[in-house]
Write a new protein. Structure first.
Length: 143
């Protein structure tokens, strides 16, 4: 069976640390796949905030996640802190890619927890239509 493989960019422009809460654990006693997606969402919101924008008003337009790919690599447990790095990828007419690298410290070394990519599409919520990536948003994200 083929596995998803996320190829990351060479550099990341943003990093945030997110502590794992007891409510992030599943019945297996570790972080579940749904929590990894939630951590990615939190990192994306923090990334956009650091850039001075938000998902609903990003350069005058909204953003919708159109797809996601997650490559799981290691378990995560209560009390650990996950370092999430975010980078902007390729732009298209109506969207762009965001890449995520999730790591934790194990014995003083960075250990890869998960790699992910989300497709982000610009969306005009008022008209309920996909919209062109505003030049202002592209400039903001690449700065």
């Amino acid at each position: 069976m083929a596995r998803i493989k996320v190829d990351l960019p060479d550099s990341f422009s943003f990093v945030t640390d997110i502590p794992i809460r007891i409510t992030d654990l599943n019945y297996g006693g570790h972080v579940g796949n749904d929590t990894i997606l939630s951590l990615i969402h939190e990192a994306r919101v923090q990334f956009l905030t650091q850039k001075g924008t938000r998902e609903l008003v990003a350069g005058g337009i909204g953003l919708i996640m159109s797809d996601v790919a997650i490559e799981f690599n290691a378990e995560v447990f209560y009390g650990e802190t996950i370092s999430v790095s975010v980078a902007v990828g390729e732009f298209s007419r109506a969207g762009f890619e965001l890449y995520y690298k999730l790591e934790k410290q194990v014995n003083g070394r960075d250990t890869k927890v998960a790699l992910a990519k989300t497709g982000m599409v610009c969306f005009n919520y008022e008209l309920k239509k996909i919209a062109r990536v505003p030049d202002a948003l592209k400039s903001l994200l690449l700065a």
